[in-house]
Ligand binder design. Structure first.
Ligand code: CS2
Length: 502
């Protein structure tokens, strides 16, 4: 029998009876919170990361103005999960010893851009909103090969058209992209409250705040008659950079069963996270913000070294284990890193290629960080699948791996382990796009915005040349290096029984 569903009333009944072992409740009274932060992209990661920190910050200060309005990206699913639960959801922590579950109440409302655009724009414009944050994944930013906004993409163009209308009157048409939604919200804020605002990018991009400010600036430059808005954004809106870190796997049926056993309630909004949590935020705000530093975050003036270390050590190694692990039939990252060959590859990547490109951020020991990352990957309870990490390689590799490659080549070294990582990606794309890859009993489908072009590029004997020629992925400094190309080809030959070309 399915247990009753989590909601404000079932939670209150449970709390009145006494909470089960391993379960804790919201750190604040959710009903007392008003919305002060709008979050674009309310997926599992936000709910297991920033939403928890925002709630703890509110608890630490007693402030009630930091409730969240979460905005979904593509579907109304999260609204359907959290609406009937009065916004409550559990975070199941996958500690290696005992699992624990925390019910979070900071998400006060969920909106879906397909139907709720007006509500989102009003919330972004409201003088009581001080922070807009984003986790929309790498591809959500709709960047062109030059790194700028892809204004030719039909959804970006449609949103910019609506933003032009927004300059003179309300426009309720659905927003199609996160940047479009943000820009329209900024235009409405300019037309109404004109209060300062801070936009906090929480995605895995290098210099993510600067990148986002650039995309917004470019969008505004494309809107006729928006010079005043652009000037106001320049003076009143800040875009701090951040580094976010917590491994959040997709929630499975087994996670639901584990949470229901702990809680005695069914939770459609359940998310899962490893015990580790890190959030480094540039201290550059236009107005008030939650006291995140009182809830485990680090506020600093220089995020860049933290961000670079995290992307190059953790995320690059994650992707490498994902591609090579899936090719060897390992369903999870923990299984992949337990494979001695792959652990050796992961270590070689970090020791020989990545660490020489890094400057340790203040107070950080990079070798200890490397070991800690490998330990986190090895946690068998996390259940993070190789196929989940493998998605969107065309968007992820440039950010997490190819900077290392470019830096090593510039220093006169050939990064062989990074070349093996790229070869792993090529082999994965080839196997997945030809329908030949089965992992964990399931046939893998290539999940990448460039899937069709990638499949075409890897189909023939000149796969390495054709993949390296994709300018969206490989900068010239990497693609034009004969030594790197040869290293990728050699690694691919070692991996693949198919004719690998060159
Ligand atoms: C992962 C990240 O899916 C991926 O590509 O590498 O989501 C990773 O788990 C997080 O960045 C950890 O903070």
């Amino acid at each position: 029998m399915t247990p009753p569903r989590l909601s404000a009333s079932t939670w209150a009944e449970l709390a009145a009876r006494g909470l089960p072992d391993g379960v804790r409740g919201p750190a604040v009274d959710p009903a007392a919170l008003t919305v002060g932060q709008v979050h674009l992209g309310i997926g599992a990661f936000h709910r297991a990361h920033q939403a928890v920190c925002t709630e703890d910050a509110a608890a630490a200060t007693g402030e009630t103005r930091w409730g969240l309005l979460g905005v979904t990206q593509r579907s109304p699913r999260v609204a359907a999960q959290l609406g009937p639960q009065d916004g409550l959801y559990g975070v199941l922590t996958t500690a290696p010893d005992a699992p624990s579950l925390r019910v979070v109440g900071s998400v006060r409302d969920v909106a879906f851009p397909g139907t709720d655009t007006a509500r989102v724009l009003d919330a972004v414009a409201a003088g009581t909103t001080h922070v807009v944050s984003l986790t929309v994944t790498e591809k959500g930013y709709r960047r062109a090969p030059d790194g700028g906004l892809d204004t030719a993409a039909p959804d970006v163009a449609a949103d910019l058209g609506a933003a032009t209308t927004e300059l003179t009157r309300d426009d309720e048409a659905a927003a199609l992209t996160p940047i479009g939604m943000l820009v329209r919200g900024l235009v409405r804020r300019y037309r109404t409250s004109r209060a300062p605002l801070t936009v906090v990018c929480c995605d895995n991009l290098t210099d993510n705040g600067t990148v986002l400010a650039g995309l917004v600036g470019q969008a505004l430059a494309a809107l006729p008659g928006s010079d005043d808005v652009a000037a106001w954004v320049g003076s009143s809106v800040r875009f701090p950079s951040t580094m976010v870190d917590r491994i959040v796997p997709a929630t499975t049926v087994a996670h639901h069963a584990e949470a229901a056993a702990l809680l005695g309630l069914h939770d459609e909004g359940l998310v899962v996270g490893e015990p580790f949590f890190q959030w480094v935020v540039e201290d550059d705000f236009a107005g008030p913000r939650p006291a995140w530093e009182r809830a485990g975050a680090t506020l600093t003036h220089d995020v860049a070294p933290f961000e670079r270390a995290k992307l190059r050590v953790l995320n690059a190694t994650h992707s490498t284990l994902a591609y090579h692990g899936a090719l060897r039939g390992h369903a999870t990252i923990a299984e992949a890193v337990a494979d001695p060959d792959l652990e050796a590859l992961a270590r070689a990547l970090m020791d020989e290629d990545v660490l020489p490109t890094l400057q340790a951020p203040d107070g950080m020991d990079l070798r200890a960080y490397r070991d800690e990352v490998l330990e986190r990957f090895a946690n068998p309870r996390t259940g993070h699948t190789t196929v989940q990490v493998a998605m969107d390689g065309s968007q992820k590799l440039p950010v997490r791996l190819l900077g290392t490659v470019a830096d090593r080549l510039a220093a006169g070294a050939v990064p062989h382990a990074a070349a093996a990582a790229v070869a792993g990606w090529v082999a994965y794309v080839r196997a997945a796009s030809s329908g030949d890859l089965v992992v964990g009993g399931r046939r893998v489908v290539l999940d990448d915005p460039l899937a069709a072009r990638l499949a075409d590029a890897v189909a023939g004997p000149d796969a390495v040349d054709r993949v390296l020629a994709l300018r969206e992925v490989f900068p010239a400094a990497v693609a034009d290096s004969v030594a790197f190309r040869d290293a990728v080809s050699a690694a691919l030959r070692d991996l693949s029984p198919l004719p690998a070309g060159r």
